[in-house]
Design a protein around this ligand. Structure first.
Ligand SMILES: NC(=O)c1ccc[n+]([C@@H]2O[C@H](COP(=O)([O-])OP(=O)(O)OC[C@H]3O[C@@H](n4cnc5c(N)ncnc54)[C@H](OP(=O)(O)O)[C@@H]3O)[C@@H](O)[C@H]2O)c1
Length: 240
């Protein structure tokens, strides 16, 4: 829509997405473009230039990364409404060959990184009445051969999200989304994962990034839902 010079442009709500350079995080960022001002977190690969966006480099394993991101977003856009804790890594090793370094890197990225993120966004989300969506994994519920550190870390997010939802009651919301298998760098790093996922999927397809984004958008459009665990899969997960 054309705007006249000086015409007031309504302020957009503001989202901070970690791991927004590629994969699911970039798909989420693209789907929110135009509806949110975006903070695009990344570590090594710079994200594309999206409308009303701010690239936010940094390793989520460092406490300062989320603190700086929130400070930069508040300086540029004045508020924060949504935090998508998406950045994650997997170490593909059987348990006996998983090193302590693998274990620590997976936990520091997938759990401690989110813990730091939640600490950094809390005050801003209380001001805006905002929300968080944490990206978990079915592996955290069902386990995964050759990815025990990852599965254990993703399982920890269940307790983290549900505890924070209780702590934030009446002030801000937080939910956990478990994606299906997706054709991203992470998904494709296990050559058999795609076929395994397809064979269990009730629609006889591997999982869909697009459907995961659709479920995420539905979650963020709710007004009262919090402390819940959602799946965008077509495999039946024996959740609890
Ligand atoms: N793909 C699947 O099949 C699948 C299934 C279930 C759940 N998930 C979850 O979905 C989320 C997204 O995964 P994906 O498949 O999109 O993975 P991906 O394609 O490998 O992308 C991972 C993203 O996380 C960022 N990242 C990784 N380590 C980081 C760190 N220490 N600090 C900052 N950013 C970091 C990467 O940034 P750089 O580009 O800068 O490295 C990248 O943007 C993850 O939480 C994953 O566990 C994926």
């Amino acid at each position: 829509m054309m705007r006249c010079p000086g015409e007031h442009r309504p302020a957009l709500p503001v989202a901070y997405i970690t791991g927004a350079s590629r994969g699911l995080g970039l798909a989420i960022a693209r789907s929110l473009e135009g509806r949110y001002a975006l903070g695009l977190g990344y570590r090594t690969t710079a994200p594309p230039n999206l409308a009303d966006s701010l690239p936010l480099p940094g390793d989520v394993q460092e406490k300062a990364t989320a603190e700086t991101a929130v400070a930069e977003l508040r300086k540029r856009f004045g508020r924060l409404d949504l935090f998508i804790a998406n950045a994650g890594i997997v170490a593909r090793r059987l348990t006996p060959t998983t090193t302590l370094e693998d274990w620590n890197t997976v936990w520091n990225t997938n759990v401690t990184g989110i813990f730091y993120g939640l600490q950094a966004v809390e005050a801003s989300l209380f001001e805006s009445g905002g929300q968080v969506v944490v990206i978990g994994s079915r592996a955290g519920i069902c386990g995964a051969v050759g990815a025990a550190a990852y599965a254990a870390a993703k399982a920890a997010l269940v307790g983290l999200v549900r505890s924070v939802a209780r702590e934030w009651a009446g002030r801000a919301r937080i939910n956990l989304l478990l994606p299906p298998y997706m054709d991203t760098d992470m998904g494709l790093s296990d050559p058999r994962a795609r076929e395994r996922a397809r064979s269990e999927h009730l629609m006889h397809c591997p999982g869909s990034i697009l459907d995961t984004v659709r479920v995420l958008v539905a979650i963020i459009e709710t007004k009262t839902v919090t402390g819940q665990i959602f799946s965008s899969d077509g495999r039946i997960t024996h959740l609890w």
